[in-house]
Design a protein around this ligand. Sequence first.
Ligand code: SF4
Length: 347
Amino acid sequence: MSKKVKIGNLGIGGKNPARIKGMLKTPTKDTKGLIKEAKTLEKEGAEAIRVAVRDQGDASVAKLLKKHIKIPLVADVHFHPKLALMSIDQGFEGIRLNPMNIRKPKDVKEIARAAKRAGISIRVGVNSGGFKRKFSSPKALGLQMVKEVEAYLKVLERENFFDIMVSLKGSDVLSTSAANELFSKKHDYPLHLGITATGPFLEGITKSSLGLGSLLYQGIGDVIRVSLTAPSFWEIRIAKYILQALNLRKFGPEIVSCPTCSRCEVDLVSIVDKFEKALKKEKIKQSAQIAIMGCVVNGPGEAYQADIGVAFGKRKAVIFKKDKILGQSSEKKIVADLIKEVRQRWK
Ligand code: SF4
C-alpha cells in the first residue's frame, strides 16, 4: 500500500480511493473564464485542480479561485524555482515540480523547506516530453523516467521531506506502464497516473483508459489525471468512467446497453442517448445498473443482472426488475417510463 499524502484536505494514497485531478486550460489572465472552468470541473467531480503558474500573476490566482471552489489547488511550476516559492506563499495546497527543468539541489531544498513550513505536498512529475532524445524502447524510456525521479527524491529526502507524490507519464501506454510498474515495486510514494500528450480525442480516451486502467487494475495508482486534447470537463468525465468501470469508485447509475445488430428493430442509439441525458438531470448519486438492450437474445439476461432492464422486441419493450416483468412500454415512451421507475426507486 502506498503512503498517505494530502493536498489540502484531500487524502491521497493509503486506503483512500483513487482521486480525480483536473487541470485548467483557460489562460489565467481571463479570470472570468478561469473561474467558470474551475467551477465546471468541481461540479463534474474533480477533487483537485492544477493551475499552470508561469509568472507572479498566475501564482496570485489561487486566492481568487479559492473564493469560488472548495477543492484544493496545485501549482504546476516549471523552470523557475521562485515561482514555486511564490505559489506556496499565495496559498496553493500542492506544488508540482518537474525534475527535468528545476534541477539544482539548492533550489529543490529551498522549495522543500518552504513546502514543509506551509504543510503542503510536492509532486515530482516527469514527462516523456522532458527528454530531448529517442529511446530504444518504451521500457528504456520508462526506466529513465524512474531514474530521474529517484535522483530527485534523494534531494527531497535529504531535507527530511516526505510529503511526496510521483508521476511518470509517457505519451504512450507502454512506457507509462513500464515506468509506473517499476517505480511501484521499489517505492511506496503515492502515484499520480496519466498518459501525457494522448493525441486526438478518441485516441486519447483509448490510451488513457488502457494505460490508467491496466495500472489501476494491478493496484497501482492513487490519483488519476486524464489528459485530452479537448475541453477539460471531458477529462473528469472519462476519469470517472475509468474508475467506475473498474469498480474502484461509484458515481451514480451506470447504463448497460448493447451495440445493436441487425436483430434490433428500434433506434436504440437515440433511445440510449435521450435516456442518458434525462438520467443526468435526475442527479442520482446511488450506484445502480440500468440495462437497455435491443432484443431478446441478451436483453432479458442483462436486464436480470441489472437493477432495472429493458429488452426490446418489435417496437415493444419489456421492462424487468430482476426476473419480474414490471410492464411493457414502447419505443416512444420508454425513456419517460424508465425515468419514472428510476424516480420511484432512487429518489
Ligand atoms: S442484444 Fe440483440 S440487438 Fe443487441 S447486439 Fe445483442 S443480439 Fe443484437
